[in-house]
Ligand binder design. Sequence first.
Ligand code: SF4
Length: 210
Amino acid sequence: MISEETKELVDKGIMLPLMEEFYTIQGEGYHKGTAAYFIRIGGCDVGCHWCDVKESWDAEVHPPTPIGQIVENATKFSKTIVITGGEPLTWDMTALTSALKKQGCQIHIETSGAYDMTGTWDWVCLSPKKIKLPKPEIYAQANELKVIVFNKHDFQFAEEQAAKVHEDCILYLQPEWSNREKMIPQIVDYVMQNPKWKVSLQTHKYLNIP
Ligand code: SF4
């Protein structure tokens, strides 16, 4: 049970429910292959049925952690930081990102875009979800659009989403992991016929790293 005072600090983004943090290789999307420190913030109510981090959903089971501590841990390892979740925009990211910026970090976010954008970002990976669409203003800020393909209807969804992002936004189709054997051939065909798209794979899972 967290105190009212702590809850207030979490609401302001001065503390954040930290699920896990680790130094690894970004496995997906544009920065695939790049060493980065991942900060996974708890809390998400989007509810994707295939979500591979369902344990992130309930923010209350993840300890409210002062952002100073998060920044100190991260910068011991890397100046390239990936903020993920959960859905990090559940929380106000202003204080965390400005503290990381003061340390000269490059900060990337992985978000569904379902909540208001807060914080300062060097790279925005928007991964929209059908069941809780991104806030309209987030599309213009996306550097990469990563659509998870679970079934063939997701290609149509991907095109609808691609119509909303900036023309320089890099477009990725990524197979949902549990259904990858079925969907990879369809994604490969689709990308060859629609080469504005690229394939993204969860290479960290093939490499057996977090
Ligand atoms: S938005 Fe991300 S964390 Fe939330 S349910 Fe969907 S896949 Fe899981």
